[in-house]
Design a protein around this ligand. Structure first.
Ligand SMILES: [Zn+2]
Length: 502
């Protein structure tokens, strides 16, 4: 504790912005983060030598001056890299944790943790390399559940396993904290702070809370009905009513909670379960295949009506475009992944779920991994599966994405803008097409099965009028007859909607 206190006094700087983000598409997030920071000094910490090289190479490819730094590099070259960093010749260093010891560079403007560090002490020390000059600096940490799994594997079997795992758990709680980060940090080191700092991601955008009691009850009930024998993936599959082979083999489709949370997307449900873990409602027994186990708190929720608060899941703004694209094409990527899975399963003579569960495919479809390291973060991807399948699955995903990006049809583009919140008039102006055409695009999307609330464009009175016209005109061919019937006062697109909706 003495050590920790000393840390605080040397680090407690309000100029350091603390930021933790979900580790999806980290590289894209980093590139966005670095826009406009080309000449600023910064450090990216990675867990492996290999990822330092990958990340540095990607940054260089994008025109940034970056160097990888790890213990595998010759001492002489390492000191050259350090020297270039200290003297601002190379602004960005992508390093394993070894980097930074004994370097006192005051103008490090940002520190990124590509993976969640293994303990708070390490995190604290590393972000402390930013902003020593007292000017604003940014500490950005990526966090994913896959990081936790990986770090657990590192700790397991070591002499200090229990200790390391406990530290890791604290780190994870910090990453998932829903209250001021600095308060959590300082409290961890025994400095009792009651005021929110105002300079961390949580203070800037506090989460909304929802009454999560019903969700928690469903989750706990599923865990109970699975006799506390299944890991998170299976619990999610059961709650989502997934009919995959593994579920069916075990007869779980007959459980009372099967499909109880099918209205919640897989990813969101997973997040809620993690929150429940953090609130001490559930536990993971890592030594027993990661099975989920109920705690006494879970029993209070199930039987004593104890209320649960869950943080509402806020989607990062940046992914709006991607999400919209995904919405219209989700199904077909999933189908492509399934087809590949079937092919591999047939070749290997094993059931499909042995290759990947539906949950894994769904996760791929959501995260759209581009690289092997991104693929490693997909739920259900261990080392063996990574080696065997990453390449083929990545190929399918890349091909799909490329086709999508180059072939986004004109009606899809209009829809995309509309879903981003642009009005029809704005889309018409932005795209240089008439409003009539924009409505035509919506109509086309509607015909293609894309769900649009068309009643925002046409009233039910208008629909009945058009339907009435249809009867009076005795089902005429072509819209022109209708157009004339309404004395050219109802635009073509509205006539089409009216006919379609009648
Ligand atoms: Zn704060």
């Amino acid at each position: 504790m003495e050590d920790a206190r000393r840390f605080v006094s040397s680090f407690d700087r309000p100029n350091l912005y603390l930021d933790v983000r979900p580790g999806q598409q980290r590289m894209q997030q980093i590139l966005r983060f670095l826009k406009g920071k080309e000449t600023q000094s910064g450090i990216i910490y990675c867990l492996s030598r290999k990822s330092t090289q990958n990340v540095a190479a990607k940054l260089v490819a994008k025109g940034y001056k970056a160097q990888a730094y790890h213990a595998g590099i010759e001492a002489e070259e390492r000191s050259q890299i350090q020297d270039d960093f200290i003297n601002d010749r190379t602004p960005i260093i992508v390093a394993t944790i070894a980097f930074g010891m004994g370097i006192d560079k005051s103008n490090v403007r940002w520190v990124i943790h590509y993976n969640m560090p293994k303990n708070i002490e390490g995190y604290y020390q590393e972000i402390g390399r930013g902003g020593r000059d007292g000017l604003p600096a940014h500490g950005l940490m990526f966090y994913s559940f896959a990081d936790v799994i990986m770090l657990r594997k590192f700790a397991e079997g070591t002499q200090t396993e229990t200790f390391q795992l406990a530290k890791l758990e604290r780190m994870q709680q910090f990453a998932e904290a829903l209250s001021c980060r600095r308060k959590a940090l300082l409290n961890y080191f025994g400095e009792h702070v009651t005021q929110d700092c105002g300079n961390c991601d949580i203070c800037k955008t506090p989460p909304n809370f929802i009454d999560g009691t019903l969700i928690a009850q469903k989750v706990c009930s599923a865990v109970a009905r699975l006799q506390e024998q299944e890991a998170m993936g299976m619990v999610l599959d059961v709650l989502r009513g997934s009919q995959n082979a593994q579920v069916v083999d075990k007869g779980y489709q007959t459980l009372k909670t099967f499909g109880a949370a099918k209205d919640i997307p897989w990813k969101d449900l997973q997040q809620y379960v993690i929150q429940l873990l953090n609130q001490g409602v559930l536990e993971i027994w890592f030594h027993e295949n990661g099975r989920l186990v109920l705690t006494p708190l879970a029993k209070q929720i199930l039987f004593k009506g104890k209320k649960v608060r869950l943080a509402d899941l806020i989607q990062p703004v940046e992914t709006t475009t991607k999400k919209t694209k995904k919405k219209s094409t989700r199904k077909d990527l999933f189908e492509k992944l399934r087809t590949l899975r079937t092919k591999l399963a047939t070749e290997a003579g094993v059931p499909a779920y042995v290759i990947f569960s539906d949950a894994s495919l769904e996760d791929m479809e959501q995260k759209l991994p581009r690289t092997v390291s991104e693929f490693a973060e997909i739920s259900g991807v261990g080392r063996a599966k990574l080696e065997k399948y990453a390449d083929v699955f990545l190929q399918v995903i890349a091909k799909h994405q490329d086709a999508l990006e180059s072939n986004l049809a004109t009606h899809e583009r209009s829809m995309e803008l509309f879903e981003k919140g642009f009005s029809v008039a704005e889309i018409s102006e932005k795209r240089g097409i008439s409003e009539n055409t924009v409505y035509g695009h919506f109509l086309k999307m509607q015909e293609l099965g894309h769900k649009i609330d068309v009643l925002q464009f046409i009233t039910s009175e208008e629909i009945s009028a058009i339907q009435k016209a249809k009867q009076e005109l005795e089902n005429p061919e072509g819209l022109k007859t209708y157009f004339e019937y309404f004395e050219e006062k109802v635009p073509y697109w509205k006539l089409k909607f009216g006919l379609l909706l009648g």
